[in-house]
Write a protein that binds this ligand. Structure first.
Ligand SMILES: Nc1ncnc2c1ncn2[C@@H]1O[C@H](COP(=O)(O)OP(=O)(O)OP(=O)(O)O)[C@@H](O)[C@H]1O
Length: 242
């Protein structure tokens, strides 16, 4: 599996509403690109566009993969709300992609991933009997089991406590090594820990961020990480509507 880079150009529209003008994003192949920005700016819309999900969104300058091949079938997305099937247990939720494609589900891999995300012994539990953070980890396992070269993670760790969040960030960084990952997050520390590249999206386009010179995943305790987190938080605070 070779992961392509992605190029996004032009204005992002949702129906008749222009969300972001003049996007010019080059997401490097096999790396983590992080998108931040105020609520409602269009980050999830952009994620859904990359994932090829249906909807009234469009990017009028185009979305291209660096290898020139279509993206269809090469993107896995973990949506903000997880979108688990309420009637299926955790393991069946994790293997739903294979089932829908008519393939034999890899149950052993699903159980191993559930154990990796800290849900050992919960394979049969339905979403309704899981906490919000546990549901989010089932959705993460479902994304990780797909062998897609491009992965969109839309606020994947938002429901987790701080320690579990750090552990899941490290797990995702390890298991998604070599994939082209788009991480949408509101958490400046998460962005600084995981990103190879990062941008703040606004209605006028994307502003690239300077990141520490070390390779991700970066320690949450390093001075450079904490300094960058603080400065990013101040910038995001300045972008909120009064
Ligand atoms: N199905 C929809 N129909 C109409 N408008 C929508 C729909 N989904 C989103 N929007 C609007 O599109 C805009 C962008 O939404 P989007 O979810 O992409 O923002 P976001 O940056 O991901 O926000 P957040 O950080 O709060 O998740 C918002 O103004 C939102 O109200």
């Amino acid at each position: 599996m070779t992961a392509p880079g992605l190029s996004l150009r032009g204005d992002l529209w949702l129906g008749e509403q222009a969300l972001i003008r003049d996007l010019a994003l080059d997401l490097p192949a096999g790396r983590w690109s992080c998108l931040l920005g105020p609520s409602g700016v269009g980050k999830s819309t952009l994620g859904r566009l990359v994932a090829g999900l249906p909807g009234p969104h469009r990017l009028d300058g185009g979305l291209r993969a660096s290898d020139g091949a279509p993206l269809a079938g090469r993107v896995a997305m973990m949506a903000q709300d997880g979108q688990l099937l309420p009637w299926a247990g955790a393991e069946r939720n994790v293997t739903i992609g294979a089932r829908l494609r008519g393939q034999r589900p890899d149950r052993a891999r699903a159980r191993a991933l559930l154990a990796d995300v800290g849900l050992n012994g919960m394979a049969r539990r339905r979403p309704g009997s899981l906490s919000g953070g546990e549901r989010q980890r089932v959705a993460l396992a479902r994304t990780l089991i797909e062998e897609c070269p491009v992965v969109v993670l839309d606020e994947p760790f938002s429901a987790l406590d701080a320690a579990t969040r750090l552990a899941m960030q490290d797990l995702a960084a390890r298991l998604l090594q070599g994939r082209t990952v788009i991480l949408i997050t509101h958490d400046p520390l998460e962005a600084v820990r995981l990103a190879d590249r990062a941008w703040i999206l606004g209605t006028g386009g994307a502003e690239a961020l300077e990141l520490p010179g070390t390779a991700p995943p970066r320690s949450h305790a390093q001075a450079a990480t904490l300094e960058m987190q603080a400065s990013l938080l101040s910038r995001l605070q300045g972008m909120q509507p009064a």
